[in-house]
Design a protein around this ligand. Structure first.
Ligand code: CTP
Length: 400
């Protein structure tokens, strides 16, 4: 599957270094060529011979203390690699790269590479959550480096929390997605909506929902890394816009409506993953509402259904909706495709564990206008994002 693709795997000195052996095996199984660089501390945990046997390539290790002995191997490896994966990535390597330090073979190679660099961190929860580590990660993300978020669970040190190396299959899928979709959406303009909307009640209160925006931001990120020009119209979230994506922040459904209508004309694909409030207050109180003896009744009026409005004027643009359902997922999705003139809909059953709001994973069923149904079992939101874009691309190709 990844024939003629060169993956350079950097193994650093975390306890999870042994899991990197499975990454090499997994990548070899799908025909990638794998070169391995180990840091000095990684060699204390796993023998280079193991990586050599699994990768069928010589393993590069730091055997000299100063750069003056290094040959140009790091340059040639940096140049020939399509993807550079650091797994496990310790706080140390993340910190070094974020601060421009190149003092060993791995950090020097990363510095000399123009390939996509992906970090799969693994470390103790407190270390991972340390502000310095988080700032370094944020800085690297803003510079276009990619991260595969660690999983939560029992760590080698006995603590329970975030910091386990992500699932090996997820790491391999992440690499496959990067390689196979490199630049394939270049020239396409994609508008994504994400997050919740907020409908003010008074100056201090609002009506909203549990959407965190993770699905929409993942789509924006995946589309941007695949070369598309992306506009992300987002309700309030705690997330950062992916690098290269134009972010338009809104609060209310009406603001989202305006922003979408201002921008939709130039788009090839519109993906509406936002959880838009169907209602807003008839009258927003100018002053904080004081409590009283009796009940308080709020009068709500309908917001425009942005997706429905777009469906009426979409012409040959591709329009993709989302549906959060708790029953009759496929039937409701089919009804919404017809009712809102969609090309396809991504339906998630919010009652399933690992699906819906706030999770890093999702389980979705894609239903298209021709009645084709594709179920995607529990996987990361970034993986689902790529699958949605694959589907959109495939449908555009059939039409042209
Ligand atoms: N949507 C929208 N504008 C709204 C409400 C929803 O554009 N005012 C879009 C959402 O972004 C999503 C899709 O409509 O892509 C489906 O939203 P969902 O709430 O699941 O379904 P509804 O169509 O609102 O129907 P219902 O709430 O009755 O299930």
């Amino acid at each position: 599957m990844l024939k003629d693709i060169n993956v350079l795997l950097g193994v650093t000195g975390g306890i999870a270094a042994y899991k990197a052996c499975d990454i090499v095996s997994g990548l070899k199984r799908i025909n990638a060529n794998v070169d391995v660089i180990m840091t000095k501390s990684a060699t204390e945990l796993v023998s280079p011979n193991t990586f050599q046997a699994l990768s069928r390539n010589a393993v590069i290790i730091d055997i000299f203390d100063t750069p003056r002995y290094w040959n140009i191997e790091h340059i040639s490896l940096a140049q020939k690699s399509h993807v550079l994966l650091v797994a496990p990535a310790t706080a140390n390597i993340i910190g070094k790269v974020a601060n421009g330090i190149a003092d060993d073979m791995l950090s020097t190679t990363i510095m000399a590479s123009t390939a996509k660099v992906v970090f799969a961190p693994a470390m103790n929860t407190k270390m991972y959550e340390n502000k310095i580590v988080q700032q370094n990660i944020e800085k690297l993300i803003s510079l276009g480096y990619q991260f595969i978020e660690p999983a939560s669970g029992r760590l080698a040190c006995g603590d329970i929390g975030i910091g386990k190396l992500a699932d090996i299959n997820e790491i391999i899928r992440f690499i496959v997605n990067i390689v196979k979709s490199d630049g394939d959406l270049k020239g396409k303009k994609i508008l994504v909506t994400a997050g919740p909307t907020r409908e003010a009640i008074d100056p201090v209160r609002f009506i909203s929902n549990y959407s965190t925006g993770k699905m929409g931001y993942s789509i924006a990120k995946a589309a941007s890394t695949r070369g598309a020009e992306v506009i992300l119209i987002s309700g309030p979230t705690a997330l950062h816009a992916p690098p290269g994506v134009k972010l338009i922040k809104i609060n209310t459904a009406l603001e989202m409506y305006d922003a979408v209508m201002d921008n939709f004309k130039e788009q090839n694909i519109i993906i509406k993953s936002a959880a838009v409030s169907d209602y807003r207050l008839k009258v927003i109180s100018e002053h904080k509402i004081k409590k009283d003896e009796g009940n308080l009744n709020l009068s709500l009026v309908r917001n425009p259904d942005i997706l429905y409005e777009l469906g009426k004027i979409k012409e040959d643009r591709m329009l993709i909706g989302f549906a959060a359902e708790s029953d009759n997922v496929v039937k409701n999705a089919k009804d919404k495709i017809l009712g809102k003139n969609l090309d396809f809909i991504v339906a998630n059953d919010i009652t399933e564990e690992g699906a819906g709001f706030g999770t890093d994973t999702n389980i979705v069923t894609i239903v298209d206008m021709d009645g084709n149904i594709e179920r995607i079992e529990k996987t990361s939101k970034i993986d689902i994002a790529h699958r949605i874009l694959d589907k959109a691309k495939q449908m555009l190709e059939v039409r042209s």
